[in-house]
Structures are given as C-alpha cells and as structure tokens.
Unconditional design. Sequence first.
Length: 305
Amino acid sequence: MTEILFTTIDVAQMLYVDKSTVKRWTDEGKLKCFRTPGGHRKFRAEDLYAFVTQYNYGVTPINLFPQFASDEAVIRQIIIKKEYNVLASVCFSAAIKGKKDDVLKLFTEVHRYGLALPVLFDEILCPTLKRIHDLFVSGKLSAPEHQLAVNALSTATLLMSDVIVKPSLNGKRAICATIEKESDDILLKALTVLLESEGYDVLNLGVGVSAADVIQLAKSRNPQFVYLLAAQMNQQNAFEAQHELLMNELAGMNSALILCGSGYAAENLGVTVCASFVEMFAMQHGGPAPRAGHSRAIEVAGTTN
C-alpha cells in the first residue's frame, strides 16, 4: 500500500495557514497526526483529506487531490463515498492544461484502487467531456484550447487499453462505430477499452463511417455485437434509412445491434438503447435490460459540428 506522509510545513503550505495554526488544529483533535521518535508531527494523506472534507477552511479536496493522487487510502475513501465530482474536476483540470499523463495517472490509480471502468467513464470521463464541450460552445474556450483538452482525454483513454488486465479472448467479437458526424471518437475508444476488459475481440471503425461499411465488415468478420454511438441526428430521414438497413442486414447475420446515444430513440427504432457505460456492462453480464431513452454518456459529450 502506498502511503503519503506530510510534515507540518507541508500541511501549512497546502492549507495556506501558519504552522502554529496546524499545530493548534492537532492539539484540538481536529486534524489527526502522529509523532516520530524525534517528536515531529507527521500527517497521513487520508487524515488530511478527512479534515479538509469535514471542515471548510477555504481549501477543497479538489485543490488537494493532485498531492493525494498516489495514496491508496485517499482514493479508496473517495470511491467509497462516491465523491466522483472531485475526480471529475481533477480530470478536467489536467485535460484543460493538455496534461495527458496526469489524466492517464488519474484513470489508472482510481481503477487500480477499485473504481470499475464503466463507472470511471460515466462519472469522470463523460462529465469532463461535457464541461469542455459547454465551455467551447459558450465561447469561453478557444478552438486550440478545446483541441488540446480533447487530445489529452483521447490519448489517456486509448492508453487505458495498455493499463487494464485483459483476459483471454472469450470468443465474442464486437464492431464499434459512429455513422453520424461526431467530432471525436473518445467514447468509442472508451467502449473499446471496456469491451477488451471483458475479453472481446473489438473492431473499432471510428467516426463518420457509413452503414454500408459496417455491414461489409460484419459480413466478413461475423460479430456477435455491433455497437453504434450517436449524439445527434443530423439528417433524420437519412439517419433512419441507414439504421433500418443495418437492422435488416444484421438480423440475417444473427448479430445484435446495440445503440448508444441521444441521437437514438428506442421507441422509434425498436432496438436496445443503452443509457450509460454501466448499462452496457450490465447487459454484457446478463443484467437488467437497458431502459429506453438516450445515452447520458454520449449526450454530455455532445458534438462540435
């Protein structure tokens, strides 16, 4: 177990107070510490995190998380309490600066210490994408800044494929694609990582492919599943025509078509629509059928076209 220890000076600098204030908090029992054989105070990251969470002294857990990023106890505490907003904010801060290594470290550490991939993508990646998208649309984020953040998230998501423990192939194959005009393929990459973590042979066609391309690949590779993602319908008639073609062709191949995204409406298309990565994961394991509706995972990401 990785444990991070801080000195009184460290804590004072992190909380923007004087050393005497830190000592007073420990004497009052508000902030836990232990003494070294030489009598010096030492502070565990988990105790400091608990202090900041309980007391409002102008410093939030979000501000301090970078210093805690490798402390197992803190990360497990955040996961148990489901304080995903902290993790999403840390992810956003790293992405907006283009720090793909920091994003990857966050993904890696929280997954290593117990956060399942579907939850990671739903609660950290997707809210970050939404926040970046909303800032860009509102004009508060320039095109280069937007691209920098998106590239950091895209690279980190892709590299998660090298981080996860992949089981032996389970004999199932899946095609993943977007046949609408999406602006990036981050969520397709996330879906690929999730399926690979379950032993699927995944064929990712990327964004903006045609229904004919999907059908052609399906005929040659015989997938058990075809996953399509879409955030919006750009042309309603063409959209429905392509999906009707896909459904008819795949039905004859015994391939299941699974739709994900706010561009899809189960009541109109008559096929399974997943509302999140968690629902996709549950479906793979024989859980409850996904509810009709749109995918939060895709909706929050939006498009920039």
